[in-house]
Design a protein around this ligand. Structure first.
Ligand SMILES: *Cc1c(COP(=O)(O)O)cnc(C)c1O
Length: 345
C-alpha cells in the first residue's frame, strides 16, 4: 500500500515524462559548457525569470550560498530576516563559505518593516562591517507570499544605499501562481534569484541561480570552487526542463488542496489552523494537548508520514503525489489520533 507523505514537496517523484526525457537526454561535459541539455535548461530558466543568464546547481542551499559567495566580500554583512532558510536551515554556511556576517532582523513572516531594514544598514565607519546585500525569501517558509509592492520598496531602499538583493525563491513558482503573475514580475526586484526544480515542480534533483551575465559568469567559477560543477549533468537537467514546461500551472492544485485540507483539519476542535498562512501548499496548525510523538506514530501506523511538530506547531505540505481523497483520509486519521489519545488519558 502506498504511503501518504506530507513532510515536504521535496518528496515528489519525477513524472514518467521526466524519466523518459532523462533516459533520452543528449549530454556532454558541462564543465566545458558542452552539455546541450544543461545549456537549454539554463536558457529556459533565464528567459522565464526575465534575467540574462542562469546556472544549474545541485541544490537550493548550494544556489543560495553561491549567491552570497558571488555578491559579497569576506567580512561583509548580509541583512536577513530571522525566519529565512539562509539563516535557519543552511548549517551556518554563510560564515563558513563566504565568511560573511549575517545581520538578523527578527521576523516571523520574512517581511520586516522597511525602516527596520534601513536601520540595519551600516554607516561607512572604520569600525563597521560593510553592508553589501539584503536577502529575502518568497514564497516564505511560513507559507506566505511576499507582495510585489514589498519587494519593490526593498529594491528602492537597496538602490538608494548601493546594496544588492538576493531572493531565495526556492518556491518562487508557487508564489507566482498564488499571485497570478509571472515569475519575472517577482524576480524583477532582485539582482539574483535561486529557485528549486526539486520541490513542488517534482524534478528529482537541482536548483537554478539566475542573474545578469556578469554575475553568472563569476558564479560559474564559484560553483567550481564549491565542487558543484557536474559533468554529463544533462541527465538530470532534462527533468528540470520538463518541470519548467509542464509542472508550473499544476502547483495551483497543491494550493487548493492545502486550503481544503486546512478546512478539514479545522473541524477538529483541538486543532487550530493558521488560516492567514495558506498562500501556497503548506498547512500550519497547533495541537498542543497531545504529545507530538504520539501523533506522528499514530499517523505512521496508518502509512502517513509527517514531520514532528516544532514546539507544538505542525507543518504539512501538499504535493503532486497526494490526492484530495488522501488528504481527507489523513484529516480523519488525525482526528482518530486525537480521540484515541483522549480516551486513554
Ligand atoms: C528548500 C529550500 C531551500 C534549499 O533547498 P535544498 O535543495 O533543500 O538545499 C532554500 N530555501 C528555501 C526557502 C527552501 O524552502
Amino acid at each position: 500500500m502506498k504511503w501518504i507523505d506530507l513532510r515536504s514537496d521535496t518528496v515528489t517523484q519525477p513524472t514518467p515524462e521526466m524519466r523518459k526525457a532523462m533516459s533520452e537526454a543528449v549530454v556532454g561535459d558541462d564543465v566545458y559548457s558542452d552539455d546541450p541539455t544543461v545549456n537549454e535548461l539554463e536558457r529556459l530558466a533565464a528567459e522565464m525569470l526575465g534575467k540574462e543568464a542562469a546556472l544549474f546547481v545541485p541544490s537550493g542551499t548550494f544556489g543560495n550560498q553561491l549567491a552570497l559567495l558571488t555578491h559579497t566580500l569576506r567580512g561583509d554583512e548580509v541583512i536577513v530576516p530571522s525566519s529565512n532558510h539562509i539563516f535557519v536551515h543552511e548549517v551556518g554556511a554563510a560564515s563558513v563559505i563566504s565568511g560573511v556576517q549575517l545581520r538578523i532582523i527578527e521576523s516571523d513572516d520574512g517581511m520586516p518593516a522597511l525602516e527596520r531594514i534601513e536601520n540595519a544598514i551600516r554607516d561607512d565607519d572604520l569600525h563597521s562591517p560593510r553592508t553589501s546585500l539584503i536577502s529575502l525569501e518568497t514564497a516564505h517558509s511560513s507559507g506566505r507570499v511576499l507582495p510585489v509592492s514589498y519587494l519593490e520598496s526593498v529594491r528602492a531602499l537597496a538602490d538608494s544605499n548601493g546594496l544588492l538583493i538576493h531572493l531565495d525563491g526556492a518556491r518562487i513558482f508557487n508564489a507566482a501562481v498564488a499571485l497570478g503573475i509571472s515569475v519575472a514580475d517577482i524576480a524583477r526586484s532582485a539582482d539574483s534569484v535561486m529557485f528549486c526544480l526539486s520541490k513542488g515542480l517534482s524534478a528529482p534533483v537541482g536548483s537554478m541561480l539566475v542573474g545578469d551575465e556578469e554575475f553568472i559568469k563569476r558564479a560559474r567559477k564559484g560553483r567550481k570552487l564549491m565542487g558543484g560543477a557536474m559533468r554529463q549533468a544533462g541527465v538530470i537537467a532534462a527533468a528540470g526542463i520538463v518541470a519548467l514546461k509542464t509542472m508550473v500551472e499544476r502547483l495551483g492544485e497543491d494550493h487548493e488542496n492545502a486550503k481544503y485540507f486546512a478546512s478539514a483539519l479545522d473541524q477538529i476542535p483541538e486543532i487550530s489552523v493558521f488560516k492567514e498562512r495558506l498562500d501556497i501548499n503548506m498547512v500550519f496548525f497547533r495541537l498542543e494537548e497531545i504529545p507530538g510523538d504520539y501523533v506522528v506514530e499514530h499517523l505512521e501506523r496508518n502509512r502517513i508520514k509527517i514531520n514532528p511538530p516544532d514546539r507544538g506547531l505542525y507543518r504539512l505540505v501538499t504535493n503532486k503525489d497526494v490526492s484530495r481523497e488522501e488528504l481527507e483520509a489523513t484529516a480523519n486519521i488525525v482526528e482518530n489520533a486525537v480521540r484515541s489519545w483522549k480516551s486513554s488519558h
